[in-house]
Design a protein around this ligand. Sequence first.
Ligand SMILES: Nc1ncnc2c1ncn2[C@@H]1O[C@H](COP(=O)(O)OP(=O)(O)OP(=O)(O)O)[C@@H](O)[C@H]1O
Length: 271
Amino acid sequence: MNSISSMNTTTTTTKASPMTETKISARNVQVYYGEKHALRDVSIEIRPRSVTAFIGPSGCGKSTFLRCLNRMNDTIDSCRVEGHILIDGENIYDAKVDPVQLRAKVGMVFQKPNPFPKSIYENVAYGPRIHGLARKKSELDDIVAASLQKAGLWNEVKDRLHESGTGLSGGQQQRLCIARAVAVSPEIILMDEPCSALDPIATAKVEELIHELRTNFTIVIVTHSMQQAARVSQRTAMFHLGLLVEENDTDKMFTNPDDQRTQDYIMGRFG
Ligand SMILES: Nc1ncnc2c1ncn2[C@@H]1O[C@H](COP(=O)(O)OP(=O)(O)OP(=O)(O)O)[C@@H](O)[C@H]1O
């Protein structure tokens, strides 16, 4: 049972004002795996239609926090989340929130490309079909084509839509997974080290895509690469030993950070 869902959120469920430009608001989030206290009192406001990067040394809690944002941690029995996470002002851990619907609104792309063992077409059509987004085949065809276009993959696959998705290169598979996430019209896309299994050319394509996608989506990306964070994000959050130690404009973070731990990490003194 997730203790966050039982909290009284009456004072925190007001809609975010457009003036504040906050898409995701996390307040005092604590995460435990059994006895292990993995995240300590994390609070952050994430802006809409921008890219926020999470950086920090291995084991500091970046992925744990990312998974809190679409309740993927619900699937881990030992995991307990406390605090508040609001999306558009609504507590996503409220009992009335359906995690399946939430994950359509907050899509996820994982470290290792994980297409279904189905055709390219079916990989993208699956989500819209189960969420009832298309009334007829031609509408589904349009969603598949538009999603593959948004993922920058259409030209490479338009003549082989019925071939297996697992037959694509690693970089193409990752863009297929991005197309699959985009197909259900999410508002937020979470990316957990999406380029770590890709070569530099495929990485560059995915980074270019992230740059384009931020016009329409709020993107949160976990990355081990500070160069990647600097290239793709507008805001960066630095985690260390379960704490969010600094969150800042990316330019400032990599030139003149406020926190000594950020300074040490970007100078390669640890991690
Ligand atoms: N399913 C789990 N069960 C128990 N402990 C976990 C689990 N997942 C993560 N942890 C622990 O929580 C802490 C944070 O892990 P997390 O994977 O969030 O860190 P990270 O910063 O994303 O690390 P990395 O960069 O190596 O992926 C670590 O100490 C890790 O061992």
